[in-house]
Design a protein around this ligand. Sequence first.
Ligand SMILES: Nc1ncnc2c1ncn2[C@@H]1O[C@H](COP(=O)(O)OP(=O)(O)OP(=O)(O)O)[C@@H](O)[C@H]1O
Length: 293
Amino acid sequence: MGTTATDGDAVILRNAAVRRGGRTIWSHGDFSIPRGTVTAIVGTNGAGKTTLLDAELGLVPLSSGTIEVLGRPAGQSNRRIGFVPQSYISGLDSTITARQSVVLGLTGTRFGIHFVTREERDRADEVLDFVGLTDKADYRLNELSGGLRQRAAIAQALVGGPELLLLDEPLANLDIASQRAVVELLARLNREWDMTIQVVAHDLNMLLPILTGAVYLLDGHPHYSSMNSVLDSKLLTHLYGTRVEVVTTPQGDMFVTPNMRLEPEGREQDTHDVHEAALFHHHDDESDNGEER
Ligand SMILES: Nc1ncnc2c1ncn2[C@@H]1O[C@H](COP(=O)(O)OP(=O)(O)OP(=O)(O)O)[C@@H](O)[C@H]1O
């Protein structure tokens, strides 16, 4: 929301827009995310959450504006960024061991013979220990549960010592205990390694205790907000197009709960009129030309 960028920011978008397949996915990205924060990226299917991560990695060109990551233009800091893609295993030979997969984070996934140095192996073991996989280091990836595979994926992203960790739906398809373990791991990373974290998520509930803010993709525009402001029932209802409630417990915990009294067709209407919806957007330049999204 047009925030003033500082050296303490990990990511800075200035009037950023992305086009893919001939159409604008999102535009007017104008915010900065401070270092040391844990940020959710939320929005409906196809809103462009993965595209935002791709843009930060410089993998998709911007159709306007700029993105700066760790003080440099997007794409130029990738060695200082750990990335956990949505389908980690599909890009890998699942018969390699957890340790081998982590070492790949240091040596690259290129083909050919690569001798692993003692140092590389020690570094891999250090990270495997941090994610709680020491006793599974020699298990093949296809022998691990989804939750443990996700931890191996995070270990691979961490092994190069990144300052920023990007995760694309790391909790998808995990049971609740495994989701908790991943969330606890992210909390420790943030707390003990001062890691700046961005995580694409559909369900905020599990992540709420560790989130400091969220980027929400709303009506084709990404916005950043600290957690207190994003957890607004009206905003979330507009964002998801269905009724969402925010509950503050006496302990101060907040939960986003879908309202179960849904209309017969299964969705409650977003009740915002166009003027109310406009209040969620605070662009300096509202010259969006109404392109199809
Ligand atoms: N390589 C591509 N070429 C053209 N269009 C693309 C490409 N990749 C993604 N898109 C389109 O960009 C839009 C945003 O996709 P993206 O994957 O970023 O959304 P998302 O919010 O992560 O969605 P989901 O919640 O379903 O994962 C979608 O309409 C998608 O079809």
